[in-house]
Design a protein around this ligand. Structure first.
Ligand SMILES: C[S@@+](CC[C@H](N)C(=O)[O-])C[C@H]1O[C@@H](n2cnc3c(N)ncnc32)[C@H](O)[C@@H]1O
Length: 280
């Protein structure tokens, strides 16, 4: 299910899990929450993580990809100690990572933040071999799985990275990326957790800096409050042009495969909303 309409004023859809509050999804309430967040001093907001690392079982394939040196071409910071967050402090250029591949360093570059188990990212890289893709995640089973799939398919245009996307973005030069994609980011449903949402004015300013002029930020969510929240944040940024026109969601593009979280939401009857913004 895709949705280019405004979400209905009152959600009739049950959230996953029974213990979550029903958020106020009026535009005014969302706008007020965002303004409050924009007043948070940087010294506090910089310390807030957008992820919660989950301890989950590693499949034998993921484990092999994370530990076997033959997978080093697929995992940029391969060989780190399992269970620890990856270090991205010395990664300052993503294009250079492709210098020994058929595409070399000049192909258009997509960065996917939070690719989860990686199936949709791998499909996108498989479908467009002329483009270079880098995915960043903190979830080891997903990093291992994506690398394993890329290796099985012999993809030379996909690399994955273990680490915090914010730390990575801070290291990259400005005007470096052609596309940044963020599919079904953690919705952080409780009001006290809104500050952890990846889409905030501060974090999106960082994303905009790293995008080339004319580059695109693409997000999608099945969480109604977050869909409206993203629209409010991004429509109010002068650096971004809403490709569907201010106040509108975009039709779901054909090139975006369904993700694991999207399929899970659909099983609960949730629609999803796509947002596409170009850096001006
Ligand atoms: C709800 S999941 C969605 C995964 C996938 N995109 C999908 O749709 O199936 C969000 C993912 O974003 C990752 N994530 C959140 N913040 C991140 C960050 N700062 N850097 C890297 N990954 C992050 C989380 O680890 C999680 O796996």
């Amino acid at each position: 299910m895709t949705n280019t309409q405004q979400p209905t004023p009152k959600s009739s859809l049950a959230p996953v899990g029974g213990d979550r509050q029903t958020p106020d999804i009026s535009r005014n309430a969302i706008s007020q929450e965002i303004q409050n967040l924009n007043c948070t001093p940087a010294k506090y907001s910089h310390a807030i993580a957008t992820f919660m690392r989950r301890r989950t079982h590693l499949s034998q394939y993921a484990q092999k990809a994370l530990t076997d040196p033959s997978f080093a071409p697929y995992i940029i910071n391969h060989g780190k100690v399992l269970g620890k967050l990856g270090d991205v402090s010395n990664i300052r250029d993503l294009q250079v990572l492709f210098k020994d591949t058929p595409n070399k360093e000049n192909a258009p570059l997509t960065l996917e933040i939070g690719f989860g188990m990686g199936d949709s990212l791998v499909k996108m890289a498989q479908a467009d071999r002329t483009r270079n893709f880098v995915g960043i995640e903190v979830h080891e089973p997903g990093i291992g799985r994506a690398a394993y799939l890329a290796h099985e398919l012999g993809l030379t245009n996909l690399k994955v990275l273990n680490g915090d996307a914010i730390a990575l973005l801070n290291n990259l030069p400005d005007e470096h990326l052609d596309t940044v994609q963020l599919y079904f980011p953690d919705p952080w449903q409780k009001k006290r957790h809104y500050k952890r949402r990846f889409v905030t004015t501060e974090r999106m300013t960082l994303v905009a800096d790293k995008l080339k002029t004319g580059g695109v930020f693409h997000s999608a969510t099945d969480w109604e409050h977050y869909a409206l929240w993203m629209l409010e944040v991004l429509d109010n940024m002068a650096t971004f042009d809403n490709l569907a026109g201010k106040g509108n969601f975009s039709p779901r593009p054909d090139f975006r495969p369904a993700t694991k979280f999207e399929k899970r939401g659909a099983d609960y009857g949730r629609a999803s909303w796509d947002l596409l913004y170009q850096k001006v």
